[in-house]
Design a protein around this ligand. Structure first.
Ligand code: SF4
Ligand code: SF4
Length: 103
């Protein structure tokens, strides 16, 4: 299944399906949910077919999409919930303990 999200960067709010209600919208730059992550999803680009299921399911909008394709994870905001890794049918995302990650 392939999602048609071409030009999503320019979509008005009315094109997005109803999600959650933010009480203080627009503060995600300040709230870095990645600070309390104990595990992170590691992306294996070679396995990925850019189906973007991970983008759809990520509750933190931490899956980065560029030109309609999966482009990586925003670790400033990824909280390590693992939903993306669970939903990825190609096993292109796997959770790794933070203390085992070498940057
Ligand atoms: S990482 Fe998995 S779920 Fe995400 S776009 Fe790639 S194949 Fe799809
Ligand atoms: S682990 Fe959770 S917050 Fe991080 S990218 Fe995946 S779905 Fe989003």
């Amino acid at each position: 299944m392939k999602w048609e999200i071409g030009g999503i960067e320019t979509w008005p709010w009315s094109r997005h399906p109803l999600g959650l209600a933010g009480l203080a919208p627009g503060n995600s730059v300040l709230v870095r949910t990645g600070n309390w992550r104990s595990q992170r999803p590691v992306w294996e680009k070679e396995r990925c077919n850019s189906c973007l299921l991970c983008f759809i399911f990520c509750p933190d909008a931490a899956v980065v999409v560029k030109e309609g394709k999966m482009a990586g994870i925003d670790y400033e905001h990824c909280k390590g919930c693992g939903i993306c890794a669970t939903e990825c049918g190609r096993k292109a995302l796997r959770l790794v303990d933070e203390h085992l990650v070498q940057e």
